[in-house]
Design a protein around this ligand. Structure first.
Ligand code: HPA
Length: 267
């Protein structure tokens, strides 16, 4: 970790971000009008590298609404072959740099028909259906507790700020429960039926490990899903990665505006 930190501090002139933002598939355009210092994942010692289409593979250090932010343009998925600890490594680095708030975004399939394609959904809770947990292994007590509480994983206070912000900019922000599978195969129709019976509104292949680690590190977490497609069997459709990226482009601007509004309200 120290060599990762030393490298980043040297490149950014000791930048100390308070907020970290993880951009999901197709949401890279969030950074279009932002200026700052970019560092490629592949240049950072000990950092994993992103292999999925639609992910840029860079960290951007910049200011948004006068707050210092670090933006991950592309994340590390379990299905790429990283283990849980590798895929959540950046969150631990952000914590060491002083980040207090983590804003997670992702593209997700719709399991609840009350959500429409293109909707932005505030994640109010999650179901970890990945069959593993990023905190498995010897615990480092200096980072967090062995058995962390998960009752407010998606910080209620921040969710209220998100709903207020959405209201102010006239955005209809729905709320939902995100269920994560490992992927990379999409779900079968039977799985989607089962997941919606379990209470899932959205299905995806990311975010849950990041939220668990950030909650463990006592960061405030906020999560948004962009509903890019109906999950398999809902509305007789089949999910496709191309569609996921296309819808992302269209709704990224709405989500960018919302995130900026929320950041302006953070203390
Ligand atoms: N299922 C799982 N993950 C996804 C989907 C989906 O339908 N769409 C985008 N990510």
């Amino acid at each position: 970790m120290q060599s990762t930190l030393d490298f980043i501090y040297a490149k950014t002139n000791n930048f100390t971000p308070e907020i970290a933002i993880i951009l999901g598939s197709g949401l890279g355009c969030f950074c279009n009008n932002l200026e700052g210092i970019s560092i490629k994942y592949s240049d950072i010692p000990n950092f994993p590298t992103s292999t999925v289409a639609g992910h840029r593979g860079e960290l951007l250090f910049c200011e948004i609404e006068n707050k210092k932010c670090v933006i991950m343009q592309g994340r590390f998925h379990f299905y790429e072959g990283y283990n849980m600890s590798e895929s959540t490594y950046p969150i631990k680095i952000f914590k060491k740099m002083g980040v207090k708030t983590l804003i997670i975004t992702n593209a997700a399939g719709i399991a609840n028909k009350e959500i429409n394609i293109g909707d932005i959904v505030l994640i109010k809770d999650h179901i970890n259906f990945m069959g593993t947990n990023p905190l498995i292994g010897r615990n480092d007590d200096s980072l967090g507790e062995r058995f962390p509480d998960m009752s407010d994983c998606y910080c209620k206070k921040l969710r209220e700020k998100a709903l207020d912000s959405a209201n102010e900019i006239g955005l209809n922000l729905k709320e939902g429960i995100y269920l994560a599978t490992t992927g990379p195969s999409y779900e079968t129709p039977a799985e989607v039926r089962a997941f919606s019976l379990l209470g899932a509104d959205l299905i995806g292949m990311s975010s849950v490990p990041e939220a668990i680690v950030a909650n463990y590190l006592k960061m405030d977490v906020l999560g948004f899903s962009l509903a890019t497609n109906y999950a398999t069997g809902i509305a007789n459709s089949k999910p496709e990665h191309k569609e996921v990226l296309e819808i992302g482009k269209h709704s990224a601007e709405k989500l960018s505006n919302l995130i900026k509004k929320i950041i302006s309200k953070l203390d």
